[in-house]
Design a protein around this ligand. Structure first.
Ligand SMILES: [Zn+2]
Ligand SMILES: [Zn+2]
Length: 481
């Protein structure tokens, strides 16, 4: 579905109150908000999801591969390997199994806490690796206990199946765990409940929410597992046990961080399908948003105009016009809006602002066309400032527009004394008579006036050159007459 106001843009949010789909540019997002507010009624909106809007996870492999190399993740890996090193030494030299298991569990706990922080953070659309402080904040969820609980449930069920169903049943069971592993981790990480991670209907909901790409996810997880096993076998083969500890566990953490960043991204991508709220602000930062606030304000103005809320539209457009880079665009819309509303006062107000722009010369042809439109709507309007007159006269290349030049120059000659900038407009007028009207006498007359009144200034060289050209033309033409 597309935005009601921007027919070429996909709708991302839906206002239930107005029953209207909005694109992201139409949305108003305030910091720390889960859902943006509707521009029209100020209610919170529902997300249509972004699964067809953002880069899909299978195109984001470089994000996941690079994730463990981010500074925060590298810091974590360093600490984790240091702990593993200590654990390795103790376990090699003090072979008391209770101590050994407890230490390994402690090590796992550190890793589990970190990778689940990765998952939940990426799921919100924040792609930078969590820092030490963020992870300690996350610790209260006791993910380690839940992971151990999950493993105990899975192993217990496996034993039961092995005892009753034999080899085939167990094989199917292990294959099913392999298939559901991503869904288990996603449910455990997001819902933080073992039930959600083992309940078949919860798992199926996650799988079907993602749809066919879930198979791709299983494949990627399998490949990461293969890479991990290869790394661990190599390390194990070449190094003595106590030295291999930090490397084996480091590799484990490395590949799991990669995998969990992918799980997190899948949640981010399919958040609406999976039923998770995501930070609207992050969507704004990540993708598909006009990065420039002025362009978004212009989009808001579209909504207001189409809804007939002209005062709101006017406010949005004047807001946009504060940035000189977008003022031409915004003011032009304001002028046209007010002409359409048949409001001459507001039209003239916007037109004044438009023709007061210092860099009007950049939009010269447009400024001229717009002036003609305004002129036929409200003939009393005339840009009074020298710059606008010079730009408009300079843009006229059609002899039929002589009345426009005459109108723009009516009081100019009397006002030359008060406004030396009008020299530029006078110079443009002379040029118009010389080049467009082929009226050399008039041009020479104007140029002489100009040079007499303002013998110095930036216009001088150009005026003298033009005067020379006109005199030459006259001389070449005169023998024939
Ligand atoms: Zn829109
Ligand atoms: Zn609404």
């Amino acid at each position: 579905m597309n935005c009601k106001y921007h027919l070429h843009k996909k709708a991302l949010w839906h206002c239930n109150h107005c029953d209207t789909p909005f694109c992201i540019d139409c949305c108003d997002v305030e910091p720390g908000m889960h859902a943006p507010r509707c521009l029209l009624c100020r209610n919170h909106m529902d997300s249509y999801g972004i699964s067809d809007q953002v880069e899909p996870f299978w195109n984001k492999l470089s994000l996941f591969n690079g994730y463990p190399f981010q500074k925060n993740a590298m810091n974590f890996l360093g600490i984790f390997m240091a702990i593993a090193f200590v654990v390795g030494i103790i376990n090699s030299f003090i072979p008391i199994w209770l101590i050994n298991i407890a230490l390994i569990l402690a090590l796992f706990s550190v890793g589990i806490t970190y990778v689940f922080s990765v998952l939940t953070k990426v799921a919100r659309g924040e792609f930078d690796a969590p820092s030490h402080e963020e992870v300690s904040l996350n610790n209260s969820n006791n993910m380690t206990g839940k992971v151990i609980g999950l493993y105990l449930v899975l192993i217990g069920a496996g034993i039961l199946i092995g005892l009753s169903g034999g080899g085939t049943g167990l094989f199917i069971y292990v294959a099913a765990i392999g298939f559901f592993f991503p869904a288990m981790m996603i449910n455990l990480g997001m819902v933080k409940d073992i039930g959600a991670a083992v309940n078949p209907s919860d798992l199926l909901r996650t799988v079907t929410g993602i749809g066919w790409p879930y198979l791709l996810l299983v494949l990627f997880v399998y490949l990461i597992g293969v890479g991990l096993e290869f790394a661990q076998n190599t390390i194990y083969f070449w190094l003595p046990e106590f030295l291999s500890y930090p490397l084996i566990y480091g590799a484990l953490a490395f590949f799991y961080i990669m995998m969990f960043s992918m799980f997190g991204y899948v949640v981010y991508q399919y958040h609406a399908e999976l039923g998770y709220g995501i930070d609207a602000e992050q969507i704004m930062n990540n993708e598909n948003v006009q990065p420039i606030p002025e362009l978004r304000t212009l989009a808001h103005a579209d909504v207001y105009i189409q809804e007939g809320r002209f005062d709101d539209a006017e406010a949005a457009l004047y807001e946009t016009a504060k940035n000189p880079q977008y003022s031409a665009q915004a003011l032009e819309r304001l002028i046209k809006l007010n002409m359409a509303r048949k409001n001459p006062v507001a039209t003239v107000k916007a037109a004044r602002a438009y023709y007061d722009q210092k860099d009007l010369f950049k939009y010269a042809p447009n400024a001229l066309a717009l002036y003609q439109e305004i002129d036929s709507f409200e003939p009393r309007f005339k840009p009074m400032n020298a710059n606008a007159r010079a730009v408009l006269i300079g843009a006229i290349r059609n002899p039929k527009l002589l009345p426009v030049v005459e109108k723009l120059t009516t009081d100019m000659h009397d006002r030359l004394g008060q406004d030396p900038d009008l020299a530029k407009a006078l110079s443009a007028e002379a040029k118009f008579y010389a080049e467009v009207m082929n009226d050399d006498d008039k041009a020479i007359d104007l140029l002489n006036k100009l040079l007499a009144k303002f013998p110095h200034g930036s216009h001088k060289t150009e005026a003298e050159r033009l005067l020379g050209v006109c005199m030459n033309m006259k001389q070449t033409l005169s023998p024939n007459t």
